[in-house]
Structure formats: C-alpha cells, structure tokens
Ligand binder design. Structure first.
Ligand code: NBP
Length: 469
C-alpha cells in the first residue's frame, strides 16, 4: 500500500492534520523524529485507519506515491531546517514539500531557494485553527510553487474549514505569501485578544461586574455584529468556575501573557515596510508589560494614580464600550489588511484581499461574521487602503466614535490602561487628519541633521541654517 500524502511531525497539529486527511479517504504516511510519539499515535488513534507509520525518514519517503506530497508540522525555525536538510536529498524531482508550521516568511524564502536546487516544489502554508481546527477543518493560507499547489489543492481544500463562501483554503501568491498572510492573521489575533482583555478589565476593575455579568455581556456582543470565535470563547471562559476555590477560573490565572513570536514578527514586518499597525504593536507590548510581574508589583506600591473605579451609568458605559470594542476590532483587521496590501506591493505577492477575508471566515482563530462585509469591501475596491473609508465600516465609525471617545476618557480618568483601544482612537484620528504635526518633526530633523524638507507652497527640497537669522 502506498500513501497519497505524508505528514512529518506528530505533535498535536501533525496528528490531527493526519487524521483529517485520512478522514477524507486518503492513505497517509506518518513520521516523527522520536519513535515513541509515532507508536503512541498509532496505538491510541491509528487503529483501523489507512495510516502508514515509518520510523526512518527514508522508509517514510519510500512509502509515498510520486510525485510525493509531504507536509511538515514540526516546530518552526531550526527544527524545520533540520528535517528539510535530511528530507530534500531523499526526494525526487518535482516532489511537493509543504511547510505547514508557523515559519517566518524570510525562512520560507530561503527554503524555496534551497528546494529549487533539488528541483522540488516548495509551498509555505499557514494553517490556523489550533488542534481542533487541524482535525475538523482549519483555514489554509498557501503560497509558493503554484504548480505544486495545483497538485495538492484537492486534498487541502477537502480538509479545510467550510465558511459561508466556501472552503477556507486558497493560494495567495508566490514565495512566502501564505506564511506572510498567516503571520498577519496572528497579529490581528493578538490585537483582538488584547481588545477583549481591555473590555474585561474595564468591566471588572472599573464597573466591578461579576464574571457571570461579564459573560452575559460577551454573550450579547457575540449575538451582534461582533459575532466571532474569540468573543464566543470569552463568554465560555468567564462562565468557568475553578473547582478548587469556587472562584471564576479566569481570576485564578496568573496575569502574565506568553507570546510565541508571530505577533512580534507581524509588528516587525509592518515596521520593515512602513505600514501602520499600531494596535497590533500595542497588543504585543501589552503582553511584554504583563510579563514584568515583579516590576509591576513593586511599582504598584511606589507610583500612585486613580484607583480604577469608574463611577458612571453602567448601561450607558456598556453601550459606549460596545462602540469602542467594535471600532477597535474592525481596526485590527483594517491595519492587518493595510499591511498585507503594502507587503503585496513590496514583495510581489499580488494578494487578493477579498480572498484573504474569505479564507478567514471559518476554521481560524479570527473567524468573524464581519469578514463577509470585509470580503465584499475588497471585492468592490481591491486596492481599498482602509476599511473605514467605505460602508458599512464608515457608518460604524460615524455612529460609534462618540461612545469610544467617552470610554477612552473615562478609562484614563480611572487609571485603567487601554492600549489597544487608545491606539485605534489615535490611529483613526491621525489617519483622517489632512494635516499632521510632522512639519515640526521635519523642521527639527533639518535643524540638527540638515535632513532637508519640502514646502507646502512650492516644489523642491530645502534646507535652512536655523541658528542664522
Ligand atoms: P510543536 O511546535 O510543539 O513541534 C513539535 C514537533 O516538532 C514534534 O513532532 C517534534 O518531534 C518536532 N521536532 C522538534 Br521540537 N525538533 C525537531 C528536530 N530537530 N527534528 C525533527 N523534528 C523535530 O508542535 P505543534 O504545536 O503540533 O505545531 C506544529 C507546527 O504547527 C509548528 O510550526 C507550529 O508553530 C504550527 N502551528 C501550531 C498551532 C497550535 O495551535 N499548536 C497552530 C497553528 C500552527 P519530537 O516528537 O521528536 O520532539
């Protein structure tokens, strides 16, 4: 029996992806560096299935029909390089290698060049949805060798999540396009998670609401235009009680957020191409500050400020908070799409943003009802720079900005940090300003560094000797 598809790496993602492919009727070859993991997988989940385990990479390669179709689900970075180093020399020309891990886009570019030397077809594919998604239908963001994609398209499409506009799998462009889209997906994910955490903080610390009351609010929001996976799980999290203490479980969790790097990469990528992604950046920095627990505990006894209480009409505040959260969440997507637009130009991806929005509609962590309207906005205007410029997002901004401004003012007055919400207020206010104070910055640069400046009233480049009258 020869396998149709091969999976290397049998941690949670690889196992579930292998089972997902097998569930669609394919025979799947599986291999993992550590033998025991493969044995355990076969024993616990592989019984009676069309899975072919191998304990040597050469045997794994030999068990696949040609052209071979192999996906790597191993730890990104060095481990992926370690596998590829062995794998490439075992393969035949035009075999297809898919990196399904969270690779940095520059690593993908480098590996594509290496694969070309072996005449292999290399695909960098972002897969989102966590372990459940991998098993039942992830969002699949592919990039790289187009011919290679055509040959695995049927399998990838069959295992993908199904959204309101079809299977959530697409080829986005050459090179590292797929991994770049996945990286920005994760950046948006960071920003939405931070926004939700800020809303939770305002309700819990500011309004002194109970976990159950907050769960009701998130449940209500999840039945509105904000309907999305992250709001859905937030309600569930707030309803979970810690069996040991009887307290809401979330209150028993240490307030130090971890980060695996994709939010950071997304921000670095935005800075590299001069794309405005302040909310994604603030979400990364919020996690960085949260990690400084000992410093924060010390500072809390040294630095004074308001006590965090928000004394206001609760109903009105919650309405305003909805407005602030809605604008901030839309802005997270808007900044992400802006970055993709810029990266597409800069890196030659030729991304179709309506297709990106469509693929994010199911299977992935940032799936949301509003993506349907976002896909339409980019179908109507493929080069749309920012979602807020068109309906219905323009109207949401018009209707909701007053409430959002009240939330920002009240949060600052109470001493509650809202970096994501705040960053969006500043971002949109700056973006809608025909004139910003950057003229002062240009004057300063010219003053100390003779960097020159342009004038508003005529063409040319100018320099002033500022200390001479
Ligand atoms: P991990 O990212 O924890 O990686 C574990 C796998 O990498 C194991 O199979 C391990 O083999 C293998 N590996 C390592 Br570590 N070093 C290796 C080496 N030098 N040579 C060969 N194999 C090596 O697994 P995961 O959480 O299932 O994620 C897999 C990929 O999918 C990652 O790139 C991840 O970023 C991405 N991803 C994960 C999620 C998620 O929710 N977890 C979501 C989306 C994408 P061993 O058994 O021998 O140690």
């Amino acid at each position: 029996m020869n396998a149709d598809f091969g999976v290397i790496g049998l941690a949670v993602m690889g196992q579930n992806l292998a089972l997902n492919v097998e569930n669609r009727g394919y025979t799947v070859a599986v291999y993992n560096r550590t033998r025991a993991r493969t044995e355990e997988f076969m024993e616990k989940k592989g019984q009676g299935r069309k899975l072919i385990p191998s304990y040597l990479l050469s045997e794994f390669v030999a068990s696949l029909t040609t052209p071979r179709k192999i996906i790597l689900m191993v730890k990104a970075g060095g481990p992926t390089d370690a596998v590829l180093e062995q794998l490439f020399s075992l393969l035949s020309a035009r075999d297809i290698v898919i990196d399904g891990g969270n690779a940095h886009y520059s690593d993908t570019e480098r590996r594509i060049e290496l694969a070309q030397k072996y005449d292999l077809r290399y695909l960098g594919v972002g897969i989102s949805g966590g372990e459940e998604g991998a098993l039942h239908g992830p969002a699949i963001m592919a990039g790289g060798d187009k011919e290679g994609y055509k040959q695995v398209e049927q399998i990838l499409t069959k295992i993908a999540g199904i959204g309101p506009e079809g299977a959530c799998c697409a080829y986005f462009g050459p090179g590292s396009a797929g991994h770049y889209v996945k990286m920005v997906h994760n950046g948006i994910e960071y920003a939405i998670m931070e926004t939700i955490a800020e809303a939770y903080n305002l309700m819990s610390r500011g309004l002194k609401m109970s976990a159950r009351e907050m769960a009701d609010v998130f449940g209500e929001w999840n039945s509105s235009d904000l309907s999305s996976y992250l709001f859905e799980i937030t309600e569930k999290i707030l309803r979970r009680v810690d069996p040991e203490t009887g307290n809401p479980l979330v209150e028993m969790i240490l307030d130090q957020a971890a980060q695996k790097g994709t939010g950071k990469w997304s921000t670095q990528g935005a800075l590299d191409i001069g794309s405005p992604a302040p909310t994604i950046a603030m979400a990364v920095f919020a996690r960085v500050i949260s990690a400084l627990k000992e410093e924060r505990v010390r500072a809390s006894t040294v630095l004074s400020g308001p006590d965090g209480r928000i004394d206001t009409d609760r109903g009105q505040f919650l309405q305003d908070l909805f407005a602030a959260v809605q604008i901030t969440v839309i802005s997270a997507y808007a900044q992400g799409f802006h970055q993709l637009q810029d990266a597409s130009r800069e890196r030659g991806y030729s991304l179709d943003l309506s297709e990106v929005a469509r693929v994010w509609m199911a299977g992935c962590i940032i799936r949301a009802k509003s993506l349907t309207q976002m896909a339409k906005a980019f179908r109507d205007e493929p080069d749309l720079p920012l979602l807020f410029l068109v309906a219905p997002f323009k109207e949401i901004w018009e209707v909701s900005q007053a409430g959002m401004r009240r939330v920002v003012v009240q949060a600052h007055a109470a001493g509650i940090p809202v970096p994501a919400i705040d960053s969006v207020m500043d971002f949109v206010d700056a973006y809608r300003s025909a004139r910003l104070p950057a003229n002062m910055i240009q004057a300063q640069r010219d003053f100390f560094g003779a960097h020159t400046y342009k004038r508003v009233d005529r063409d040319g480049v100018f320099h002033t000797k500022w200390e001479e009258e």
